[in-house]
Design a protein around this ligand. Structure first.
Ligand code: SAH
Length: 186
């Protein structure tokens, strides 16, 4: 059996269901950060993933044919996570998107979410702003806020960084790879 388990965005956001699946696993895969967040519950063999891609995903699926395997995904596996790449059961986790919505007091159904983590997305963002006015961008240090300033209309910008962590910060500049940018057409 293969389970793709969300471990939450930070310490304290692991659900009881996730904990149970982690405890029952014979083998647990995950990035260094994901393993760290789940560590105290892991009883099986730990395999820290340093590379990601089709080959390793197929290997994991094969191994799961006769073992109970868990792949950890930080936050929620279905928010720019590992869920879409692996054939298994998905166990949701608390995502950085949920924390951002909580801090901004915004409803998920009022925003468009754009993934700009390790990819360019400025055109997509412009279109999303036109359709919905409010956009949450999954961003990293490479995200260029100047490109947003170049948009003709006025856009309000709020940068939310390291949500759920000790160094959580809300400001107007990007200093971290763990960043969500809120944009609103005003
Ligand atoms: N599955 C994860 C997202 C992985 S993609 C989740 O559900 O949260 C990585 C992106 O998520 C980062 O580029 C950033 O945009 C966002 N992110 C992850 N952790 C974050 C945090 N603590 N604070 C703000 N954004 C975060």
């Amino acid at each position: 059996m293969l389970y793709i388990v969300g471990v939450g965005v930070a310490e304290g956001y692991l659900t009881e269901r996730a904990i149970r699946l982690i405890k029952e696993a014979e083998v647990v895969y995950g990035s260094k950060r994901a393993v760290e967040l789940a560590k105290k519950h892991i009883r099986g063999e730990i395999r820290v993933m340093t590379s990601f891609g089709e080959n390793i995903y197929r290997e994991i699926e094969n191994e799961a044919k006769d073992k109970r395997v868990v792949v950890l995904s930080t936050g929620d596996p279905m928010v720019s996570g590992l869920g879409r790449f692996l054939k298994g059961e998905i166990e949701p986790g608390i995502s950085s998107v949920q924390l951002a919505l909580a801090r901004l007091k915004l409803d998920l159904t009022d925003v468009v979410i754009v993934d700009s983590h390790a990819r360019e997305s400025y055109e997509e963002i412009k279109k999303a702003l036109k359709i919905r006015r409010k956009v949450l961008v999954l961003a990293d240090r490479n995200f260029d806020l100047k490109k947003i300033d170049e948009i003709d209309e006025k856009v309000k910008i709020i940068v939310l960084e390291n949500l759920g962590l000790d160094n959580e910060k809300i400001s107007d500049e990007i200093t971290s790879d763990r960043t969500i940018v809120y944009l609103e057409l005003i």
